[in-house]
Design a protein around this ligand. Structure first.
Ligand code: PEP
Length: 238
């Protein structure tokens, strides 16, 4: 079976209740592209309201704790995300790995917790600029995959070179193609696993990136906060 396209938006720490108005515009585009899955990960405070109006758009969390409940002040469990209406959760985003010191082992346990709660984890991997310059991009991403992936292969991978996130820089088409092929060949269920590219995906570069054989969609940060840009990226899916 062919892998479906998935366009995912990560709002990060942005969005108030008034931001939900543009969901309707996204929903109408998503509805007109039944061949493309659309996922939005708003901040946790908006998940419940977003899920109520999302229609065909899937709603995701941006992180979850690796335990189902307990004395973890300020954290949110996968079960809580599911209860609020999420069907997916991003884990191992480079901002969590950097800002919160999250290791690949922790990312794996979060992915397992997500699966146990009935969520699909979107597991992020990607090298830093210095690692790429040193020729270590594949070694770094390979190690992240080794340590971050749960045994259950019901997950999505997002390849996000750290230096391309929020910088306006994107990896070259050749580098994206090579890294996605590398990742697929290192996955236990490579032919059936969706691999997204993330890192400054915009309306003007989306078509080229999304047309690559091993790219099954995009994880979009900044451009997912603008309805026109995000819907243009959905429309650019081949
Ligand atoms: C991201 O947050 O995962 C991301 C890719 O951000 P941006 O599109 O802004 O680079």
């Amino acid at each position: 079976m062919a892998r479906r396209m998935l366009i995912a938006g990560n709002w990060k720490m942005n969005g108030l209740r008034q931001s939900l108005v543009f969901f309707e515009e996204i929903c109408s585009i998503a509805g007109s592209r039944s061949d493309v899955d659309v996922l939005l990960a708003p901040p946790a405070t908006l998940i419940f309201s977003a899920a109520e109006i999302a229609g065909p758009v899937k709603i995701g969390g941006q992180d979850c704790h690796n335990h189902p409940s307990g004395a973890h002040t300020g954290d949110i469990s996968a079960e809580m995300l599911r209860d609020a209406g999420a069907s997916c959760v991003i884990v191992g985003h480079s901002e969590r790995r950097a800002d919160h010191g999250e290791s690949s082992d922790l990312v794996r346990s979060k992915a397992e917790a997500a699966q146990a709660a009935g969520l699909i984890p979107v597991i992020c991997v990607g090298e830093s600029e210095s690692e790429r310059r040193a020729g270590k991009a594949e070694a770094v991403v390979g190690a992240q995959l080794d340590q971050s992936l749960p045994e259950n292969t019901a997950y999505v991978i997002a390849y996000e070179p750290v230096w391309a996130i929020g910088t306006g820089l994107t990896a070259s088409i050749e580098d994206i193609a090579a890294m996605h092929a590398f990742i697929r060949s290192n996955l236990p269920d490579g032919p059936n696993t969706q691999i997204l590219y993330g890192g400054s995906v915009k309306p003007d570069n989306a078509a080229d990136i999304l047309s690559l054989t091993d790219v099954d969609g995009a994880l979009v940060g900044g451009a997912s906060l603008k309805a026109a840009d995000f819907t243009a990226i959905i429309a650019a899916a081949p």
